[in-house]
Design a protein around this ligand. Structure first.
Ligand code: SF4
Length: 378
């Protein structure tokens, strides 16, 4: 595997990179001991929804109903992204998640990745969430973006959605032959992964439609040598899925099965299996309703940019303002928005918000909690 000057290792490299960072101690102090009333630190991570268009018709996500197949007039162009990211708010970005909709539906995805590299001088990691379709785009973009990343010493990680093993996946994804087509993409990407071009994983969103199939997914993941990450479907305005509750909200037997599954994953402790920490927390939250204790990088000061220019503090945040009309810095630090962040998000929403990541930033803050989990299971 080739490495560059800004790049960490692949796989569980987030934790290895964090552990090796000379700023680890400083960040630990900064995130744990800053006064609660202080303004959020400048964001180091951003999730960019590059489009809300999607080529699947999933039964737990209605994003595809929001937008027509053609780029809507409101979708930011490359030039508009360039203008938005010239704002000083983005100077400290180290991590970009490219998300959607389906990012590969943009004709200019690799140029966008190049723009992120140009605009964010501290960038160290790019991650892409994709459904893996269409095949040719998914593979050619992975190849192009991985080349750009390598040339600039940036770590690349690609996560492909896969919610069930076998043709039953077509029923969840709502299109014919989705399973066979996604598997074709995954095998092509795995071959590139094996050449060291990027890290590859699958993301399985747990719903009523697959909650009893998770062991099969885990077995597939071992057999195919592609790590699987499990998150839970949620009803959110952004997903336009309020009418899909029946597919999303788990019934009692499904909920119990999920708790057992998370418990088992939470028992697989090892220094570089940070997900065990997260699954143990998920099991506890599901089982007893206990409040979240793991940190959230959004609560530490990350942000989201929507494909139409809206800024959000986190996936549960309301839209804070339009970056095409007002400076992102001003929106992020607007007094009214900060009050909303403190009173509604941090105080009222975070305690019940399940953790779907335990990344480098979260580890920096939760260093002692993670050590306690590894050593004493506390
Ligand atoms: S509501 Fe959830 S995603 Fe948003 S800051 Fe809190 S923990 Fe993070």
């Amino acid at each position: 595997m080739q490495t560059g000057d800004r790049r960490g290792s692949a796989g569980n490299g987030y934790l290895r990179t964090a552990a090796a960072s000379p700023r680890l101690g400083w960040n630990f102090l900064k995130y744990n001991f800053a006064p609660k009333s202080a303004r959020p630190f400048p964001p180091r991570a951003i999730c960019v929804y590059v489009t809300y268009r999607c080529n699947l018709r999933c039964r737990m996500c209605g994003i595809w109903m929001r937008e027509p197949d053609l780029p809507p007039p409101g979708e930011l162009s490359l030039e508009e992204f360039n203008a938005v990211f010239s704002d000083p708010l983005f100077r400290h970005i180290e991590y970009v998640n490219i998300n959607g909709g389906e990012p590969n539906l943009r004709d200019d995805l690799s140029q966008l990745a190049g723009l992120f590299i140009d605009k964010f001088p501290r960038l160290r990691t790019i991650t892409i969430n994709s459904n893996g379709l269409p095949f040719a785009r998914a593979v050619s973009n992975a190849e192009r973006i991985s080349r750009l990343a390598r040339e600039n010493g940036i770590r690349l990680s690609i996560s492909v959605s896969l919610h069930k093993i076998g043709p039953g996946y077509d029923e969840i994804a709502g299109v014919d032959n989705a399973y066979s087509r996604v598997i074709r993409t995954l095998r092509a990407l795995r071959e590139m992964r094996d050449r060291g071009l990027f890290y590859l994983g699958v993301n399985c969103v747990v719903t009523n439609l697959n909650v009893f199939d998770l062991d099969q997914m885990l077995e597939w993941s071992r057999r195919e040598r592609i790590p699987a990450n499990f998150t839970f479907a949620e009803v959110r305005d952004r997903f336009n899925n309020r009418k899909m509750r029946g597919a999303i909200e788990l019934r009692n037997d499904g909920r119990e099965a999920l708790i057992r599954f998370c418990r088992r994953l939470g028992e697989k402790k090892s220094l570089f299996n940070q997900h065990a920490f997260r699954y143990r927390e998920l099991a506890g939250m599901l089982e007893s309703g206990k409040p979240r204790t793991i940190s959230c990088h959004y609560a530490m000061g990350s942000l989201i940019l929507g494909s139409e220019g809206s800024l959000y503090y986190c996936p549960k945040s309301k839209s804070l303002g339009d970056c095409r009309k007002r400076s992102a810095f001003e929106i992020f630090y607007d007094r009214g928005n900060l009050k909303y962040r403190r009173d509604i998000l941090l105080q009222a929403t975070c305690p019940g918000c399940p953790p779907y990541t335990f990344n480098r930033f979260e580890l920096e803050k939760d260093l002692l909690k993670y050590a306690g989990f590894l050593l004493f299971d506390v």
